[in-house]
Design a binder for this molecule. Structure first.
Ligand code: 4NP
Length: 158
């Protein structure tokens, strides 16, 4: 079966497109591209159509993770299309929960922190938008940890 995963943050220019790109690299490396669909979106639509933040792109590309996503806002049809909708922080989670059309849709929503294995001090992926370089590196460290565990989880469904 095909598994469809949507990562969601606020602006869809930093955290969620980086998570999308990172999981895609892992999935491609394992030859699973035809069985896992990956996308990302933001709860806020103000950056729709934009490329990802150049600071995030630079940091990701330095780790071999190319980012090509164009920002878009999450929409109701996403709750139909995707099997897992993964929020980067509690605000994103609560916004998604309010937008979900029904209980089945609510049950598709996860917090990224559920997949962290090696970062017990982090209960969310911190917004790096107003941070320096270290903020982007921290996001990528957390995403590497969680995406590896997430892929193990996905393997059980495909
Ligand atoms: P993201 O970061 O949610 O990780 O994409 C942000 C990007 C833009 C804004 C906030 C967070 N903003 O307020 O424009």
């Amino acid at each position: 079966m095909k598994q469809r995963v949507l990562f969601v943050c606020l602006g869809n220019i930093c955290r969620s497109p980086a998570a999308e790109a990172m999981l895609r690299v892992l999935v491609e490396r394992e030859g699973l591209s035809d069985r896992v669909e990956i996308d990302s979106a933001g709860t806020y639509g103000g950056h729709s159509g934009e490329r990802s933040d150049p600071r995030m792109r630079r940091a990701a590309e330095a780790r071999g993770i190319p980012m090509t996503h164009r920002a878009r806002q999450v929409k109701e049809a996403d709750f139909e299309r995707f099997d897992m909708i993964i929020a980067m922080d509690d605000n994103n989670y609560e916004t998604l929960f309010r937008l979900a059309p029904d209980r089945a849709a609510q049950q598709k929503i996860y917090r990224f922190r559920e997949f962290l294995r090696h970062h017990p001090d982090w209960s969310y992926i911190p917004d790096p938008y107003y941070e320096g370089h270290e903020g982007f590196e921290l996001v990528l460290d957390l995403l590497e940890d969680g995406c590896a565990a997430l892929l193990e989880e996905i393997r059980r469904y495909i």
